[in-house]
Design a protein around this ligand. Structure first.
Ligand SMILES: *Cc1c(COP(=O)(O)O)cnc(C)c1O
Length: 382
């Protein structure tokens, strides 16, 4: 639902563009503050949307930064996130990226393999410094989400598997430029049922106990992100139920008093504040279906093409309630997967109507591409 002021701005802006509702973001950040126990550390996963305007508000709300590339670490540093609130994960960190993060003394590297431990140790040694590291562990917990955004199963490339733990501890003894401070987990994304998080807690407790028994009481336990949003109801559920989410961890994580809990939320923070605003170029009547052809496509929002993701599509030009017609809502790109929704019921739609594709604040604009030599995207913040 958009205000008249927002609609007037949309009419006067060249399409397609991303629109960010700052009010929704602020309400989300307030809800997190209210729901999270004081001792929980919340990091924002920059990869969901690294817009400096959004990052300022997120930083001011007291959140840290979770990065998965050197340039994201750079963005976090440039956005003035405190270096002791920046964590860096990823299966393939390059030497250049590691060196950059070492130069800025980030809080922690979440390390995903034995070889990576050796390389970070070597690079830290070259700089005569120590790197704080957490082991990213593959907990083999099913997130029951789309297979492309499941990350915590044995078959996934992420993390260190339990059968390697002894070898890792042997290796760590030799690596004097590493400070082993924590365990890290991240099981996937767009997880709406809380059961996988409960299962994660059970695994974290077992794994934590294993390390304690080996003499490693680690101060930092990072349970990752992955909390989903309601793509069907962007207006009535614009803010995620963080209370229920944090309650799972309060209830099921069994940690020692000196252990601190970290979270890395992306989608749940910026997902609902963004919409892709587009205009209808043409209506085409096919043999079995009508097509509404937009001036935005998979180059602006790839989630439907990549993950068969659902986004609510609204005709925001239709003021009076007209009869509903079914459209395949498609983009202009030369790919048949360039489709935002099939048989979408919209009020009778015409060339020039404005279309909003909702809940596109996370993994939307940041995944846009220049394929077909598309124009660079604009964004509007209200
Ligand atoms: C992507 C990612 C996140 C954030 O995931 P969301 O589903 O957006 O909350 C957190 N941690 C790591 C390591 C990630 O790769």
């Amino acid at each position: 639902m958009f205000t008249q002021k927002q609609l007037n701005t949309f009419k006067a802006t060249e399409t397609p563009f991303y629109f960010y509702d700052i009010d929704v973001l602020n309400k989300t950040l307030e809800a997190i503050k209210k729901a999270a126990p004081k001792e929980y550390h919340i990091h924002y996963a920059l990869k969901a949307n690294p817009h400096p305007t959004l990052l300022q508000l997120i930083k001011q709300a007291g959140l840290g930064a979770d990065c998965v590339s050197g340039n994201e670490v750079k963005r976090a540093v440039e956005s003035a996130f405190a270096s002791d609130k920046i964590v860096f994960a990823g299966v393939g960190k390059s030497d250049k990226e590691i060196n950059y993060a070492l130069n800025h003394s980030i809080f922690c590297f979440n390390v995903e393999s034995i070889q990576e431990l050796q390389i970070i140790n070597q690079l830290a040694s070259n700089k005569n410094t120590k790197a704080r590291i957490a082991l990213r562990i593959n907990p083999n917990v099913d997130a029951y989400t789309h297979k492309y955004i499941t990350t915590g199963l044995e078959e996934n490339k992420f993390g260190i598997n339990p059968y390697e733990f002894d070898a890792v501890l042997d290796e760590l003894k030799k690596l004097n430029n590493l400070e082993f401070i924590g365990l890290h987990f991240h099981i996937g994304s767009q997880i709406n049922d809380l059961t996988p998080f409960k299962n994660l807690c059970t695994r974290v407790n077992e794994i934590n106990k294993w390390f304690i028994n080996k003499g490693f009481l680690l101060q930092h336990i990072n349970v990752g992100g992955g909390l989903g949003i309601n793509y069907k109801e962007p207006d009535t559920q614009s803010v995620v139920d963080f209370e229920n989410y944090f309650n799972v961890f309060k209830q099921f994580l069994a940690l020692k008093p000196q252990q601190q809990v970290h979270f890395e939320l992306g989608r749940a923070i910026t997902g609902q504040c963004g919409s892709l605003i587009s205009r209808v170029l043409y209506i085409k009547h096919g043999i079995t279906t009508n097509f509404a052809i937009l001036d935005a496509g998979m180059t602006e929002l790839i989630r439907p093409a990549l993950y068969q993701a659902y986004h609510k599509i609204e005709n925001i030009s239709a003021s009076e309630v007209k009869s509903l017609v079914k459209y395949d809502v498609v983009g202009p790109i030369c790919e048949s997967s360039d489709c935002f929704g099939k048989a979408v019921e919209l009020p009778e739609t015409n060339r020039g109507d404005l279309i909003a594709i909702r809940s596109a604040g996370a993994y939307g604009e940041v995944m846009s591409s220049l394929y077909n030599l598309r124009d660079k995207l604009n964004s509007v913040f209200i």
